[in-house]
Design a protein around this ligand. Structure first.
Ligand SMILES: Nc1nc2c(ncn2[C@@H]2O[C@H](COP(=O)(O)OP(=O)(O)OP(=O)(O)O)[C@@H](O)[C@H]2O)c(=O)[nH]1
Ligand SMILES: [Zn+2]
Length: 205
């Protein structure tokens, strides 16, 4: 497998902005023909247009700016861990364009200014990066880097646990296997004890 391409956390694909519905529908129709289906049979007649519309949701993160999401911050003078666990996430494996899904855990220790962001913004950040053709490792790093860039926290820890349908429904066919990725920044990278304390909270031990 070739190396996973790096993508800066703030890079939005440009152009196009938004799904070209007509083009996507034509491509889906072509795909149905290519696999030997009849796109004109009653059950499939509306499918190309429907899939194109569904893609506007599935890939909405391509046109959203994660940095804008994190713009809401509060001066709470909080200097300990903030952790949102078990954020459900659905993404699309960029190798096979099938889902991988599971949970994300996002935590950080605010910087010396004690600024925190809204808790929901952590879940929104996960959504922005999940709704793109993705690789789990890259998505994990992107979330950590965006948080580190904007909040300037003492540390960031992101853990994602997911099942890849490309490994469950086809290929190696191992349903139930779970892939765990983590990205740590700042104090979580430097201090093993702080990292293991946070990991225990993430893993519920
Ligand atoms: N590292 C990583 N690999 C992934 C991710 N999603 C899917 N893959 C893997 O991407 C690889 C693609 O391998 P290829 O050999 O090019 O494709 P393939 O012949 O369809 O591979 P199989 O899935 O093994 O049948 C597979 O091993 C997948 O399991 C991900 O998020 N991260
Ligand atoms: Zn895949």
């Amino acid at each position: 497998m070739s190396e996973i391409p790096a993508e800066p956390a703030d890079q939005l694909l440009d152009p196009p902005r938004g799904v070209d519905l007509e083009r996507a529908a034509a491509a889906v129709r072509e795909l149905l023909l290519a696999v030997g289906e009849d796109p004109d049979r009653p059950g499939l007649q509306d499918t190309p247009a429907r899939v194109a519309r569904a893609y506007t949701e599935t890939f909405a993160g391509l046109w959203q700016d994660p940095y804008e999401i994190l713009a809401t911050t509060f001066d709470e003078d909080h200097s300990e861990l903030v952790l949102v666990k078990d954020i459900p996430m659905y993404s699309t494996c960029e190798h096979h364009l099938v889902p991988f899904h599971g949970v994300a855990h996002v935590g950080y220790i605010p910087g010396s200014d004690g600024r925190v962001t809204g808790l929901s913004k952590l879940a929104r950040l996960v959504e922005v990066y999940a709704r793109r053709p993705q690789v789990q490792e890259r998505m994990t790093s992107q979330i950590a880097d965006a948080l580190a860039d904007v909040l300037k926290p003492r540390g960031v820890l992101v853990v994602i646990q997911a099942e890849h349908l490309c490994m469950a429904m086809r290929g190696i066919r191992k349903p139930g296997s779970s892939t765990v990725t983590s990205a740590v920044r700042g104090i979580f990278r430097e201090d093993a004890r702080t990292r293991s304390e946070a990991m225990s909270l993430v893993l519920g031990r």
